[in-house]
Design a protein. Structure first.
Length: 423
């Protein structure tokens, strides 16, 4: 039985089938990006064992449209609402199947001789490439750091994940933060450091702000901006050029006593989103948005906010100067750079670094890329922060494969040359 399984997994016919299925998967995944968006396609096609029926139908329908055969397109909302029915192997399944096939075929057909060293290196490089890509997919974390000239930060923020932060600002020299990811917001919970519990009344994956127009609006909250601003649930978005902006209605309770209800949302915490609200709001809303949503209980002062998830670091970056020069009379960037100061108290490190296009800062396992800017404020830079423990594996794999190819073809070339001389 084991021998039969070994023969199946090491079959070269299986290799052809897996490679063919991989080509089909890449093609259909590419087709599905238009109706479903990049992130949903990544999750449903490539970061899964199987592709579900509705996602596949979206890709097939898009292909038919490219052939001028009109059918009603499948939307991202249709995919997320439909039951999961697997119909096609996904990226994870094909990747691992190819890895197993490569390893078993190597042991089945490979003979350990000097003439086969190149082939062994080539196979090793391909295995490392597959494993490295899988590790990258699981471990890579992308975030961003938004800095104004003169500002210092020791954390970066996620672009697509948010958290409910309860900040104890009682001590003048430090803050104590309790943060709960939005994905885990439900029911009632209480942290051991908090003198109250948090009851989640409603949580929206995507929301839009609305002004409260009546005194008895059931959607209004009693504290913070709640009496003047509320939030309406919207369908989740999946396109690359847009993102979900979550919101939640929470009630704080000390035993049976209610401390009030609050609306929290990234709309209230992120400056570009706050600007959109301020452009349409009156004096009362502007006054409410001008200060954090804070309250005092049990002799301690707290702030309540929903914000992008933060990744704290032992070092800080201070933006000394941001340059976004353009060629005269055009919008073509001439100089797109950020001069930052890197400080790490535990080691005493203090130095300046210039980050610009194609010249990132690699530090403490993170890579800081010059990514963007704020078109409303010329003093603001946006750095993309990438944590990828396996970032070297593609380079190392390519080196190993290249050495293997050179050895394999080189030995064959030398052998051919010797035979030609003797003849």
């Amino acid at each position: 039985m084991l021998r039969k399984l070994f023969d199946i997994f090491s079959s070269l016919k299986l290799t052809v089938v897996l490679l063919s299925l991989s080509c089909v998967l890449v093609f259909l995944g590419t087709m599905a990006q238009d109706p479903l968006g990049l992130y949903l396609v990544q999750h449903r096609f490539f970061q899964s064992l199987f592709v579900d029926y509705v996602s596949m139908s979206a890709a097939v329908k898009k292909t038919l449209q490219m052939l001028h055969i009109y059918v009603t397109p499948t939307t991202a909302a249709d995919v997320m609402a439909a039951p999961y029915v697997p119909v096609f192997p996904g990226g994870y399944l094909l990747g691992w199947a190819l890895l197993v096939n490569l390893v078993t075929a190597h042991f089945r057909y490979f003979k350990a001789t000097k003439k086969k060293i190149g082939i062994a290196l080539i196979h090793s490089g391909v295995v490392l490439l597959l494993l490295g890509q899988f590790a990258t997919d699981l471990l890579q974390v992308e975030s961003h750091m938004r800095l104004t000239e003169g500002e210092t930060k020791f954390f970066s923020e996620s672009s697509r994940q948010s958290e409910l932060a309860i900040v104890d600002t009682t001590q003048p020299d430090r803050d104590q933060v309790v943060a709960i990811p939005v994905s885990r917001l439900s029911g009632t919970f209480q942290h051991e450091t908090l003198p109250f519990s948090v009851e989640v009344k409603a949580v929206f994956q995507n929301a839009t702000p609305e002004f409260v127009t009546t005194a008895n609006d059931p959607a209004a909250a009693s504290q913070g901006v709640g009496p003047r601003l509320k939030f309406r649930q919207e369908p989740p978005v999946t396109r690359l050029d847009s993102r979900d902006v979550p919101a939640a209605l929470v009630e704080l309770r000390d035993g049976e006593k209610s401390l009030g209800t609050w609306w929290v949302s990234n709309w209230l915490a992120e400056e570009p989103l706050r600007r959109l609200i301020l452009q349409q709001s009156g004096p009362a809303v502007r006054e409410a948005l001008a200060r954090p949503q804070s309250f005092t209980h049990a002799g301690r002062t707290f702030e309540l906010a929903m914000r992008p998830m933060r990744f704290y670091e032992p070092h800080s970056l201070t933006l000394l100067e941001f340059r976004h020069d353009k060629y005269k009379g055009t919008e073509i960037p001439k100089n797109f750079s950020s001069r930052v100061r890197v400080q790490r108290p535990d080691t005493g490190e203090d130095r300046e670094v210039l980050i610009y296009m194609n010249n990132p800062l690699r530090y403490a396992g993170k890579t800081y890329y010059q990514s963007g800017y704020d078109d409303k404020d010329p003093r603001v830079t946006i750095l993309q922060v990438v944590r990828n423990p396996g970032w070297l594996t593609p380079y190392l794999a390519c080196v190993i494969v290249s050495v293997g190819l050179c050895l394999q073809f080189g030995m064959h070339l030398l052998e051919f040359a010797r035979k030609r001389q003797t003849s």
